[in-house]
Ligand binder design. Structure first.
Ligand SMILES: [Zn+2]
Length: 260
């Protein structure tokens, strides 16, 4: 399960949390297919920064500690070495899971993600919590000013709890967490999506292994903010099989998403 903690703004750093403990009550309404993040009344999104209204973002797997005393969550994030070691994953598999999670969003919306080695040059950094809590969190740093209609996201940190058991793929065991699913969810926060409810979508806060890829609601959420990927982008041969499977997953998830 994921949860959303109350926003606690401090200067320009705001934090979005998701974790395993139940803290958000109430079932999702049937109409709750996606929910854009609204922080103190401001919509949040990354700025478009490339031709054709594409938003290009760099991401890095953390190699060094990141400390932000103003962040409520992910305030002390480090390289995900313990996640990898304790869950007996291999480093290449972890990296592949990260790539697959970004690809899910890139395939359906006008977003492009590129991995960079230097975390200091990355827009989104993925690491593990030095002080483990919950399941996973996303911390957003915003530009602009409070009460602006829209504030730009200027940095995101995603931190995984190294004391949880992580895996790659669904196996029905809800005590361990699929990295691709969890990272897809956290990246959803990192691009400006909130939880539409408890279940039914990747962006729902409950971990239930019910959706193998983005649902129609998740897709609509990302496209509402960034626009739809054009057909050329979705058939780009440089991307992986994950991309090819995503549309089917999105379509097939509609019924389940609306009926939960
Ligand atoms: Zn969440």
């Amino acid at each position: 399960m994921h949860l959303l903690r109350p926003w606690r703004p401090r200067a320009n750093i705001l934090t979005l949390a998701s974790a395993l403990t139940v803290m958000m009550a109430g079932p999702a309404l049937a109409s709750d297919v996606f929910r854009p993040l609204s922080i103190d009344g401001s919509a949040v999104r990354w700025h478009r920064n490339a031709p054709h209204e594409i938003t290009v973002l760099r991401y890095a797997i953390a190699t060094n500690a990141i400390k932000r005393s103003s962040a409520v969550n992910c305030g002390h994030t480090r390289a995900p070495d313990t996640v990898i070691a304790r869950s007996k994953l291999d480093r290449a598999a972890f990296k592949t899971a990260v790539t697959a999670a970004f690809a899910r969003w890139q395939q359906i919306a006008r977003l492009r993600f590129f991995e960079v080695a230097d975390q200091d040059t990355a827009d989104i950094v993925i690491g593990e919590q030095a002080e483990p809590t919950g399941q996973a969190f996303t911390n957003l740093a915003l530009g602009g000013a409070p009460r602006d209609a829209t504030r730009p996201i200027v940095h995101a940190t995603i931190c995984l709890n190294p004391e949880r058991r992580w895996k790659i793929g669904f196996d029905g065991d809800l005590t361990s967490y699929d990295l691709v699913h969890t990272l897809t969810h956290e990246i959803g926060h990192a691009i400006g999506l909130d939880h539409p409810g408890a279940r039914g979508h990747v962006m729902s806060f409950r971990y239930d292994e019910a959706h193998a890829g983005l649902t129609a609601g998740d897709v609509l959420g990302a496209r509402t903010i960034y626009g739809a990927a054009d057909s050329q982008a979705s058939t780009d041969g440089s991307r992986t099989v994950v991309n090819k499977s995503a549309p089917d997953a999105a379509n097939s998830a509609v019924g389940r998403g609306m009926s939960d």
